[in-house]
Design a protein around this ligand. Sequence first.
Ligand SMILES: C[S@@+](CC[C@H](N)C(=O)[O-])C[C@H]1O[C@@H](n2cnc3c(N)ncnc32)[C@H](O)[C@@H]1O
Length: 326
Amino acid sequence: MNKQVNKQGSKYRFFDLQPKTTDFHTEIIRGLGSTPRFIPPKFFYDERGSQLFAGICKTEEYYPTRTELAIIRENIDDIALQLGSGCLLVEPGSGESSKVRELLDVLQPVAYLPMDISSNFLQQEAQKLAAEFPWLDVHAVCTDFTTSMTLPYTEEGKQRIAFFPGSTIGNFEPDEAETFLRDIACMVGADGGLLIGVDLVKNSEILNAAYNDATGITAAFNLNLLRRINRELGANFDLDQFTHKAFFNRQKSRIEMHLVSQVAQQVSIADCCFEFAAGETIHTENSHKYTIEDFQDMARRAGFEPVKVWTDAEELFSLQFFSVNK
Ligand SMILES: C[S@@+](CC[C@H](N)C(=O)[O-])C[C@H]1O[C@@H](n2cnc3c(N)ncnc32)[C@H](O)[C@@H]1O
């Protein structure tokens, strides 16, 4: 654990609860050996993957980031009123911590805990944030939130609020999303709250464009997964022989992202060999889209009570606040 006190007296700490490389190896072999083949989306996020995702957020087509930011800015007074001040603010999957910057001055949390699987990126972004908000205690936690939600730092008697923006919840299958929300309810406890960004069902053109940007950053993000497996697990994926594919599956209300093998080919990962047929895919991500009502029903089943929903005028995206059911 690193401990650092910056000039103005606030604290920056880093807690490393990162999964081991062997977990990465086991999960990749299991996913590629399944029918159909898949790779869990959490593995997108090595340092380059996190930088590429930050690039996706700035593309013209990727409406979720700018829409969620606009919702926060337009409703900041009401958000402050609903959430109160002085909480312990926990952000699972914090990435660049870009949206929380809009909240910190009004919420005045006693401490901010950004949590992410992408260790170097998390540390860089959390240190930047600590320098920008010298009054704030920042406790960065590198962890896999699908395996542990344990907080290595708490403040007794302070309300805990989880901030989970970016519709990262959409990456879970609906039953897993419900379990994850239950874990959050447990983590924040009886007086706790959840402020969550949820992407909404809409027409396919907007959705398909958002995951197929013209500059090709989303394609590079998807393919970076194979580059990472080559580098960290000694595999021999030929990146020129796989292409990015993303489309809206209306029946399942989700964007699916795949990597498509362009030819019949063999790929080795250490002593394992995988045979790909031409056109065969590796399913790399889902991004589920919800109606407000369906999401609220799921959150209720997970132990939350809806308090308030904010959306943009076109109802592309929603920011929803829940309290824990007593
Ligand atoms: C879709 S991005 C959202 C980033 C940011 N919250 C936003 O709103 O733009 C998902 C973030 O969650 C992190 N992440 C994904 N799976 C994770 C896991 N299993 N455990 C911890 N962090 C994870 C990624 O590293 C990434 O920063």
